[in-house]
Design a protein around this ligand. Structure first.
Ligand SMILES: [Zn+2]
Ligand SMILES: [Zn+2]
Length: 146
């Protein structure tokens, strides 16, 4: 998938276009993502921050949630827009912020060891625990979802 796809926040103050690295959507069940998003965080890898075009940038709120990670949202309506590496080297854009979230294939669930027992997705996905995710991203030097 190399087309630019557009999206935005609930109130319309922030609009963006991003180029997904592939057509895949991953869901994170970690405690931080659940608190931040109010659900399981559904995200699409979209490369570096430089590759994302944002309109309404002055309305973006940024919360630094770990040594390396930041969470970006609309400061006006609170919509979750992306998780990103603080240095801008990687972005995971909220799947549901895109105008057509059905464009993505739901392939992966991460931090399943932190998933509450009272829900489960029926999709056939690859499931990874937090330690498995950190091991994988340590190889790629691309830690995720802190
Ligand atoms: Zn908004
Ligand atoms: Zn997470």
């Amino acid at each position: 998938m190399s087309d630019r796809l557009s999206g935005g926040c609930l109130c319309g103050s922030v609009r963006f276009s991003a180029r997904p690295e592939n057509g895949e959507m991953a869901v994170c069940h970690c405690s931080m993502c659940r608190h931040w998003s109010g659900g399981a965080f559904m995200a699409v890898s979209c490369g570096t921050m430089d590759s994302i075009e944002v309109k309404g940038e002055d309305t973006l709120g940024v919360y630094k949630s770990s040594d390396y990670g930041e969470r970006v949202f609309c400061a006006k309506c609170g919509s979750n827009l992306m998780w990103r590496m603080a240095d801008g080297s990687h972005t995971s854009v909220a799947a549901q912020a895109f105008d057509d979230p059905s464009a993505f294939k739901f392939t992966t669930e991460i931090f399943v060891d932190e998933q509450p027992a009272n829900y489960a997705f029926a999709n056939d996905t690859r499931k990874m625990t937090g330690p498995e995710v950190f091991a994988l991203f340590a190889q790629q030097q691309d830690p995720q979802h802190g």
